[in-house]
Design a binder for this molecule. Structure first.
Ligand code: IPM
Ligand code: MG
Length: 354
């Protein structure tokens, strides 16, 4: 049966890196005998320029009739003066909410052969780590009521018990499929939403007795990430805390150019995008690392299509290229040969064909 993938390249380096994610999926399709159909849609600044909306109704409709979505990145200085609802970022937030994608999976892995790229000493990282941040994606401060009344401006953090429970359940299940450890990050010493969060997580912990569970306050979590990153397996946290901690976790892997993400809802449908942004300063210059986009395609194969062996083939192809001497500038050390987006993507796809 044909599996339908909506492709939303977006802005900046989005189109360049997404092209390689598509090429990787095509190579997987040929090698393993799967039929993937791709259809492109507009999102972000480009969608605003062409249609007046950062999330045209046609794009949401395209996503809804697809089995999964591959997204590049949105945003750029060109649209900085747009009204909030017309910013490229509003397109992304609208897609997350509109598609019910409440669980955002952001793995942060330090490969042993790239461990010298981490800004943390190897005595701190232990030379490698492998954690997964599960960020609640459709609630909290991002979607609560906001406004202005005279001098007062406000954003509100709102969570329902059901919203906390569904993302918590996802995180416990993921921990069960990994090293069986879950850290729930909150600010329960101050916030009522965090006290609700913590009580729901404690109830779930009773249902998953095989998962070692701990609570951690968010300020302490920010510290522990740079103190002993190897101690984490799965972290679960609310939307804004997850936004901040996932950038921190990404940074200590040495390159934001390697980090994929998956945004999932109730079924197998999901949206997959690199964690890095649109990087307008390097757009169109054949510099960007396509690895994060390609690794996002691997997450798509695993989570939306249930193709674990195919996902591993993609991850191994990327790892083999990362271990080699020819890499994009973000990963180059003195003496390395620097290659461009196309060469890096080409190397990955060649390995997939083999
Ligand atoms: C992310 C980004 C987005 C977010 C922005 C672009 C709205 O920072 O995906 O982490 O804050 O969620
Ligand atoms: Mg962010």
């Amino acid at each position: 049966m044909t599996k339908r993938v909506a492709v939303l390249p977006g802005d900046g380096i989005g189109p360049e890196v997404t092209a390689w994610a598509v090429a990787a999926l095509q190579a997987v399709g040929r090698r393993f005998g799967h039929d993937f159909a791709f259809a492109e849609g507009l999102i972000g600044g480009r969608a605003f320029d062409e249609t007046g909306s950062p999330l045209p109704a046609e794009t949401l409709a395209l996503c809804r009739r697809s089995d999964a979505v591959l997204l590049g990145a949105v945003g750029g200085p060109k649209w900085d003066e747009n009204l909030p609802a017309l910013r490229p970022e509003a397109g992304l937030l609208g897609a997350r909410a509109g598609l019910g994608l409440y669980a955002n999976l952001r793995p942060a892995t330090l490969h042993p052969f790239l461990s010298d790229l981490s800004p943390l000493r190897s005595a701190v990282t232990g030379g490698q780590f492998d954690m997964l941040i599960v960020r609640e994606l459709t609630g909290g401060l991002y979607y609560g009521a906001r406004g202005r009344d005279g001098e007062r401006v406000f954003d509100t953090m709102v969570y329902t018990e059901a919203e906390v429970e569904r993302v918590g359940r996802r995180a416990f299940a993921l921990a069960r499929s990994r090293r069986r450890k879950l850290t729930s990050v909150d600010k329960a010493n101050v916030l009522d939403t965090s006290r609700l969060w913590r009580s729901v997580m404690h109830r779930l912990a009773g249902e998953f007795p095989d998962v070692a569970y701990e609570d951690m306050l968010v300020d302490n979590a920010a510290m522990q990430l740079v103190r002993r990153p190897g101690a984490f397996d799965v972290l679960v946290t609310e939307n804004m805390f997850g936004d901040i901690l996932s950038d921190e976790a990404g940074m200590i892997t040495g390159s934001i150019g390697l980090l994929p993400s998956a945004s999932l809802g109730a079924g197998t449908f999901g949206l997959y995008e690199p964690v890095h942004g649109s990087a307008p300063d390097i757009a169109g210059r054949n510099i960007a690392n396509p690895a994060a986009a390609v690794l996002s395609a691997a997450m798509l194969l695993r989570h939306s299509f249930g193709l674990a062996a195919e996902a591993e083939a993609v991850e191994q192809a990327v790892a083999a290229v990362l271990a080699g001497p020819r890499r994009t500038a973000d990963l180059a050390r003195a003496g390395d040969m620097v290659i461009g987006t196309a060469e890096m993507g080409g190397q990955i796809v060649d390995r997939l064909k083999a």
